[in-house]
Write a protein that binds this ligand. Structure first.
Ligand code: FDA
Length: 394
């Protein structure tokens, strides 16, 4: 049985970052992964350009059963630290709206950078390896039985990620290890995920597929995002929808403001004053795509002139524009979700080191735990920060 100081299960964002950090401290590190390639989620992230972090990262950008948990790791490894690493490797990047940073060329650059760091730090990375059993010995060391040999280690780091994108090898393995060692795992749910239509909504709205409009979407708990809303064949997507999906529970309505920052009633009253004979269809088509107007107001007589509408009708129209309350069927689930909400309960872990409070030597990092970020590079920043926190402690 070959012994290493540290074994990390999962050669993804968090695992590779942790490996490099621990390796530079002189720890002998082995990274195991059952995939044939390291960092596969990084490669497809950000449309192939990897939104690797955000200029402005705050604890409020994360969803976690214990909102204070993320503070320590995020404060000790900031987005500026990762940007400095990216720059040191000569990777060119650019900023998009809301402080999101993307590679100019390809997400491959980030994987190459992490693999180079691991190489410089002296880490061994063993892919295509199935772990069949993990146990802790009386001396506190862990033993791992795998398809590629048996190993022992002092510190075992679980970096197996969440359940999103099973096609890429996502697995519940990390949760199983947590449960095996008596740690609580909170229920999981797909996050940063598009919504799907009910059958009757699909008939009405499917023809709008491809239309994108600015919006403010509000969840039942009052959380709000102002970003683009995209109509798709299957339902609603776009950044505003992905963001709000993190705060949505099945059976809850969402409220969509199609005229963000504007008072629809005031707009209608002004149009009535200036163009009393203009049809409702023409008026609304100045503000929203015509096809959307027709689908949204299919029960309204759009040919009526503005001065033929009663005050109550104008109020109802304004409400539909500023507060379109819609009950979606569900989400596209883990198949397309970017993250998994829930996971290993952070109350079981040290926020400084990511070590399990009751199992010395066992660490959890990245998405496997109950920490999910907003869209915009926050999930990678959590992978980097929690990976570094554990890498300094293993
Ligand atoms: P990650 O999933 O990266 O790695 C887990 C590793 O564990 C994998 O290599 C896997 O093969 C391995 N593994 C799993 N089970 C195993 C087992 N049983 N045995 C051995 N190994 C096992 N975030 C962001 O900030 N910016 C972005 O642009 C994007 N874009 C994006 C696009 C898409 C399509 C998705 C699905 C996700 C994103 N994300 C993102 C989210 C981001 O990819 C995610 O939060 C991080 O990759 C999480 O890092 P981890 O290291 O925790 O898991």
């Amino acid at each position: 049985m070959k012994h290493h100081d540290v074994i990390i299960i999962g050669a993804g964002a968090a695992g590779l970052m942790c490996a490099a950090t621990a390796g530079y401290r002189g720890r002998d590190v082995l990274v195991l992964d059952n995939a044939k390639q390291a960092g596969r989620k990084i490669l497809i992230s950000g449309g192939g350009r990897c939104n690797f972090t955000n200029q402005k990262v705050e604890p409020a950008n994360f969803i976690c059963g214990n909102p204070h948990f993320v503070k320590s790791a995020l404060a000790r490894y900031r987005s500026s630290d990762f940007i400095e690493l990216v720059e040191r490797h000569g990777i060119e990047y650019h900023e998009r709206e809301h402080g999101q940073l993307f590679c100019n060329d390809s997400a491959k650059d980030i994987v190459t950078m992490l693999m180079t760091e691991c190489e410089w730090a002296g880490n061994k990375i063993q892919l295509r390896t199935e772990i069949t059993a993990v146990a802790q010995q009386e001396n506190g060391h862990f033993t791992l039985i795998t398809s590629n040999g048996d190993f022992s280690c002092e510190s075992l780091v679980i970096a197996t990620g969440g359940l999103s994108m099973p096609k890429l090898g996502a697995s519940p393995y990390g949760y199983k290890i947590a449960q095996q060692f008596g740690l609580k795992v909170l229920p999981t749910q797909a996050g940063l995920v598009p919504f799907t239509w009910h059958a009757e909504q699909k008939i009405r709205f499917e023809p709008l597929s491809g239309i994108a409009v600015p919006s403010t979407i509000t969840a039942a708990d009052g959380t709000q995002f102002t970003e683009a809303l995209l109509f798709t064949h299957r339902g609603l997507s776009g950044p505003a929808v992905l963001q709000i999906s993190n705060y949505w529970q099945p059976g809850e309505a969402i409220s969509i403001n199609l005229l963000p920052g504007e008072n629809a009633l005031e707009k209608i009253e002004l149009a009535l004053k200036n163009h009393p004979k203009q049809s409702l269809r023409n008026t609304l088509s100045h503000w929203l795509p015509k096809r959307l107007v027709e689908a949204l107001f299919e029960e309204v007589q759009l040919d009526k002139a503005l001065n033929q509408l009663g005050h109550g009708e104008r109020e109802t129209l304004a409400d539909a524009l500023n507060n379109w309350s819609i009950m979606m069927n569900g989400t596209e689930g883990y198949r397309t979700a970017e993250v998994t909400l829930g996971g290993v309960d952070t109350n079981e872990l040290s926020s400084k080191t990511m070590q399990a409070n009751n199992v010395t030597g066992l660490f959890f990092i990245g998405e496997v735990m109950d920490v999910s970020g907003w869209l915009g590079g926050f999930n990678f920043q959590w992978a980097w920060a929690s990976g570094v926190a554990a890498g300094l402690a293993v």
